[in-house]
Design a protein around this ligand. Structure first.
Ligand SMILES: Nc1ncnc2c1ncn2[C@@H]1O[C@H](COP(=O)(O)OP(=O)(O)OP(=O)(O)O)[C@@H](O)[C@H]1O
Length: 666
């Protein structure tokens, strides 16, 4: 009763406001929105506003369009959720049309979230939902709190919602970040911190997106404080080599306006370039581009030209741009090594060492769990070295039968044993002459052969079976192992002297689960495999998120296999989370169907862009339920789950789902 009374009062307040002249500040924003709701959208504050969801396939289109942002925003949205979840808030990220493309909230309240519209796929545009934080933020292009009776619809007045806009580097609205709670103190002031927190996170996401989009440009970061410029990076300006401005973050655009360098409405195809950094700062372009990145004094002060204000500047150079006047050419021979990693700190150390060692006359031991890319590293070392045009010969010491290993490695003279080829055979070691010999799984080499290998390494010559004179060989040996060779030495199974011969230097590869550049590896391997198949398929954001969350016990090999599987089972246009092998969908991630509004509430375990665990029974259950819901109409199921019909058939077969006795309708 109380609720309906307060709802009636709410409707009266709104109607009364229409007869008053507009107010000031945020109250005016809210009243303006109420007017729009009545005059423009024809909404009625008393009429129930049930949550409206876009269909699953439409949600996917919205998520696809926001894909780049979703990938960048993920960490920021999760961090915000961790901060506000204990206070009962949920987090929504909507696109510029108000459709929720990402959601994090407590699973226990899932039904309530779905009923209210605090869920994936909900439409929070003002035209549908009336005055609300997201819709009104989209209209006003500024952050605001829509608290209790600020909402237009009487059915939203128990909510408190705070939203902030996220703009792209050209000033177009990209998305809105929102936090909402069902319970909060009566006064709007209680949400002041919420507003600051959401604005702060939205700026973080916006700037991360900016840095990613303009990562191939020099970016000038400015701040009024020397101490904070490296932390805050308040104003971001992307510039060309001649100093033309091509993009700015929201704060940067304000700064430019203040200095009377307004930016034209720019499209991606026509970045502004109207102004030069010299128009803003009283400095030559070269001075700005010469701000050191790696010295103690990375911060330089400049006056602005127009208002003579001091600004402190740092510079983010595009990756691998040479320093020192731009004359130093990049060493392209390092490309095979550089391609192995992106920004993982331990891989970067390993690669720096590998680059230094690549032409040194010492043998290298590569250590790492199985599937971490040891052979790939050995090949990259070879390809970046002076030996790159000579053979790279790889031998797997564990895979070769012990009876063959000696003749394969050392070769033999004609007729030296029964079954030998009449012309004899050049062994693998001799074949690697001048190049690199890669000995994989060196810990599995039989002891007797270790002794002979030691001689080869010490003398740089090889004695084929049955030969009386050794052959001179010029070898660089790279050996690899996932075992602890020192333990094998202690157990008497590996020769200590051979260990020291092989271990001229060692390179350690981290397991995939510890790598900070998983996203880079996923994209790279996906591109390699996709190109082999004609390159028509794209990797969708939900699949990427699931891949990033999986712990990869089998390392890069497992990732490689998972992507190959997904490309083979997907519909050929895109790989979605449901195309991944079931093992990859563990932990907090679920089948994509569970993340879509059409899925029954009980099926997801985490609410999010890509929720909850999918062991086989859940995947089976989801598909089975969807088939039952659609009377075994495979086309309808395919539409609902956003997959192709052949994929549904394949999946039914794989999961052992057999249609009932009647004919399947398709
Ligand atoms: N940096 C990389 N980029 C792309 N693919 C990679 C990379 N590193 C490894 N791979 C792929 O991962 C798989 C395993 O790599 P690799 O054989 O080099 O690992 P390994 O550590 O030598 O494995 P094992 O211990 O089983 O011998 C291969 O398919 C390889 O092509």
């Amino acid at each position: 009763m109380t609720a309906s009374l307060s709802q009636r009062q709410h409707v009266e307040t709104i109607l009364e406001s229409l007869n008053r002249p507009g107010g000031q500040g945020e109250a005016a924003i809210i009243e303006r929105s109420w007017r729009r709701c009545i005059d423009r959208y024809g909404l009625d504050p008393a009429r129930p506003t049930p949550a409206r969801y876009v269909p699953g396939a439409t949600l996917r289109e919205h998520q696809d369009l926001a894909d780049d942002l979703l990938q960048v925003a993920r960490a920021g949205v999760e961090q915000l959720y961790r901060q506000v979840a204990p206070l009962g808030y949920v987090v929504l990220l909507t696109d510029a049309r108000g459709i929720a493309v990402q959601f994090l909230g407590a699973k226990a309240d899932q039904r309530e979230h779905q009923r209210t519209g605090l869920y994936l796929g909900a439409d929070w545009s003002e035209a549908h939902a009336g005055t609300c934080a997201v819709g009104t933020c989209i209209h006003e292009r500024s952050a605001l709190t829509c608290h209790h009776s600020d909402h237009f619809s009487a059915h939203h007045i128990r909510l408190t919602c705070t939203a902030a806009p996220i703009f792209d580097p050209h000033g177009r609205l990209l998305a809105v970040l929102d936090i909402s709670a069902y319970q909060s103190p009566a006064t709007k002031d209680s949400q002041t911190f919420a507003l600051q927190l959401v604005k702060y996170t939205a700026k973080m996401i916006e700037d991360a997106y900016f840095l990613q989009r303009y990562g191939d440009h020099a970016i000038v970061c400015l701040d009024r404080s020397r101490e904070f410029v490296q932390i805050n990076r308040r104003y971001l300006l992307a510039i060309e080599e001649d100093g033309s401005l091509v993009a700015a973050n929201t704060a940067g655009r304000k700064l430019l306006r203040y200095h009377e360098l307004p930016l034209p409405e720019a499209s991606e195809a026509r970045p502004f370039r109207a102004w030069n950094i010299q128009d803003l700062l009283d400095a030559e372009v070269d001075e700005v581009l010469a701000i050191p990145q790696h010295s103690d004094d990375r911060v330089q002060a400049f006056h602005t030209r127009r208002h003579r204000e001091i600004h402190f500047a740092t510079l983010i150079e595009p990756p691998r741009r040479s320093t020192g006047g731009g004359t130093q050419a990049r060493d392209t021979s390092l490309a095979p090594l550089e391609a192995l990693a992106d920004d993982d700190p331990s891989m970067r150390d390993t690669l720096t060492r590998a680059a230094r060692l690549r032409n040194e006359p010492i043998n290298i031991l590569v250590i790492g769990e199985t599937g971490t890319g040891k052979e790939r590293m050995a090949r990259a070392l070879h390809e970046s070295s002076r030996r790159h045009d000579k053979p790279f010969v790889a031998i797997n010491c564990a895979a070769m039968p012990e009876s063959l290993i000696e003749s394969e490695l050392f070769g033999y003279e004609p007729g030296s044993f029964t079954g030998a080829r009449s012309k004899g055979m050049k062994g693998l070691i001799a074949q690697a002459d001048g190049g690199t010999l890669f000995l994989d799984e060196i810990g599995d080499m039989p002891l007797q052969l270790q002794t002979r290998l030691l001689r080869v390494l010490a003398e740089q010559e090889v004695l084929p079976i049955g030969a009386s004179r050794p052959l001179k060989v010029d070898l660089r040996v790279v050996a690899a192992t996932h075992r602890d060779l020192r333990e094998l030495i202690a157990a008497g199974r590996f020769r200590e002297d051979l260990f020291y011969r092989l271990n001229g230097a060692s390179l350690r590869l981290p397991p995939l689960r510890e790598r900070a550049d998983k996203g880079y590896l996923i994209r790279r391997i996906f591109t390699e495999l996709n190109q082999e198949r004609g390159g028509r398929t794209r990797l969708r954001g939900d699949a990427m998120s699931a891949l990033l969350a999986y712990p990869w016990p089998g390392n890069i090999r497992e990732l490689h296999n998972a992507l190959r599987y997904a490309l083979a089972t997907g519909d050929g246009n895109e790989v979605v989370v449901g195309d991944l092998p079931e093992e990859c969908l563990t932990g907090q991630f679920a089948h994509p169907g569970a993340g879509r509004p059409s899925a029954p509430a009980s099926e997801s375990t985490t609410i999010g862009q890509v929720p909850a665990a999918t062991p086989r029974p859940l995947e089976q259950d989801l598909l089975y339920r969807s088939l039952c819901r659609h009377q075994w109409n495979v086309s309808a199921v395919a539409r609902e789950l956003g997959l192709s019909r052949p994929t549904i058939y394949r999946r039914m077969k794989r999961l052992g789902i057999v249609p009932p006795n009647r004919q399947m309708q398709t």
